[in-house]
Design a protein around this ligand. Structure first.
Ligand code: PMP
Length: 360
């Protein structure tokens, strides 16, 4: 069949896109102890299920969601401690990232490395060149090197606490970086900030060049509901809401569930504290295992270098039905994995596998 010009352009695009790296979704393992995607299992399943059932009874899915998004904005603003005019939401922060990359016309981004791979993949999809500045061996950032690279970019991505390393970059350090890059757009991804000690949300509302991304997928236990949000200055948020975002970005059901969970933010704070305590306990236990190295974390997961025990630990984890995120060799460290902090029971099972896999 003879090809016309437009179909061959289409073929070229598909060929180019097919070659790009992409985010690989984790596999569903039935009955597994799921510690690979940083969800919040310290939040009781029945608590969330009860809220979802209640929401399903209340909503009228025949109607488009009209005022429910405004209700959500008020609650998110209260939770984040900012004005309601500085908040906008999307179907997960993944969607917000996608919208920003596809509309703001960025051509070159600077990230530190390793970081959230989805962001890098999406930049590449949109033809945005990505410069990666390696983190130091202990995952601290060489501020000077980062700023030097960032000056050549128009978009800066700072994931803090960082996925997969778990550490938050210092508040003042982040502010110094952002202040020295006033003419660049800085995206600060705070997906795990609820488990950390500080947020740049308030700061973002007073600047023209920073957008903070947050989510209800982690601390709020709503990964399945797909609700993410941003905090930025009023002017940008107005444009985002009116022109960038689609009119009905979040389903009525997810809006009702999110509102209901946010109304119980105190309960969420309690489970977050429980996760933080567990994080300390698991970290202390892992630190005693000679043959592995564990890194401090401000998130709800830990980064572990298992070195020569990697294969053995991995085998024990698999045969015990414990799923973690296996990273292999990364950032100059050998045999790495990222493990979510789950319930005490889940964590104990994980610790038992580490003990078994690290023998001798
Ligand atoms: N940012 C980071 C750093 C993440 O780890 C994740 C979750 N994988 C996201 C954003 C996406 O979160 P959401 O579920 O809101 O799309």
């Amino acid at each position: 069949m003879k090809k016309n010009n437009s179909s061959s352009r289409f073929d070229d695009s598909i060929r180019r896109i097919a070659k790009l790296g992409h985010y690989t979704k984790p596999e569903k393992v039935q009955g597994a102890i799921k510690l690979d995607s940083n969800e919040n299992f310290a939040l009781d399943r029945d608590f969330v299920a009860g809220i979802a059932a209640e929401a399903a009874r209340q909503v009228d899915l025949r109607e488009y969601p009209l005022d429910q998004l405004d209700e959500l904005y008020s609650q998110l603003a209260k939770y984040a401690g900012v004005s309601v005019k500085c908040v906008a939401a999307g179907s997960g922060s993944d969607q917000i990232i996608e919208l920003l990359l596809s509309t703001l016309g960025s051509r070159r981004a600077t990230v530190f490395s390793p970081t959230f791979s989805y962001f890098i993949n999406r930049c590449e999809l949109h033809g945005i060149k990505v410069d990666k500045v390696p983190l130091d061996q202990d995952f601290t950032l060489d501020k000077k090197e980062f700023v030097r690279s960032a000056r050549k970019s128009d978009l800066i991505y700072i994931c803090s606490p960082n996925n997969p390393t778990g550490n938050q970059i210092g508040r003042q350090e982040a502010i110094d970086i952002i202040d020295s890059l006033e003419d660049k757009l800085v995206l600060v991804d705070e997906a795990y900030v609820d488990f950390a000690d500080y947020s740049l949300s308030t700061y973002a509302t007073k600047r023209d060049n920073i957008i903070v991304l947050r989510t209800l997928s982690k601390a709020f236990g709503l990964a399945g509901a797909r609700v993410g949000y941003m905090v930025a200055n009023e002017k940008f948020v107005r444009t985002f809401r009116s022109t960038i975002q689609s009119p009905y970005p979040i389903s009525t059901l997810s809006l009702a569930i999110a509102s209901s969970v946010l109304a119980r933010a105190d309960h969420i704070r309690q489970t977050v504290n429980a996760v933080r305590n567990e994080r300390g306990r698991v970290l202390a236990k892992l630190a005693k295992v000679d043959s592995i190295k564990v890194f401090p974390s401000d998130a709800n997961f830990l980064f572990i270098e298992a070195g020569k025990n990697y294969q053995r630990i991995s085998k024990v984890l698999k045969s015990s039905g414990v799923v973690v995120k296996e990273l292999g060799s990364i950032a100059g460290h050998r045999g790495c994995m990222r493990v979510t902090i789950g319930t005490r029971e889940m964590n104990d099972k994980f610790l038992q596998c580490i003990e078994e896999g690290s023998l001798q």
